[in-house]
Design a protein around this ligand. Structure first.
Ligand SMILES: [Cu+2]
Length: 69
């Protein structure tokens, strides 16, 4: 299992949290996705053989949030 924390500067409230967690959690291979509103980041645990960073970043992007590099 791989753990990453992605910085998403536009996270500001519970709606953002719900949108991002709701988009990332259902992806194949993703074990968990937890948004920390105050830290503006998403902690994700995933199986690298099933989920890719590209898919995760795209899912966040589709909700209208940009992942900071
Ligand atoms: Cu929000």
């Amino acid at each position: 299992m791989t753990q990453i924390t992605l910085s998403v500067p536009d996270i500001s409230c519970g709606h953002c949290k719900g949108s991002i967690e709701g988009a990332v959690t259902p992806l194949d291979g993703v074990e968990s996705a937890v948004v920390a509103i105050d830290e503006r980041n998403v902690a994700i645990e995933y199986d690298g053989s099933e989920a890719t960073m590209d898919a995760i970043v795209s899912a966040i992007d589709e909700q209208g949030y940009e992942v900071a590099v």
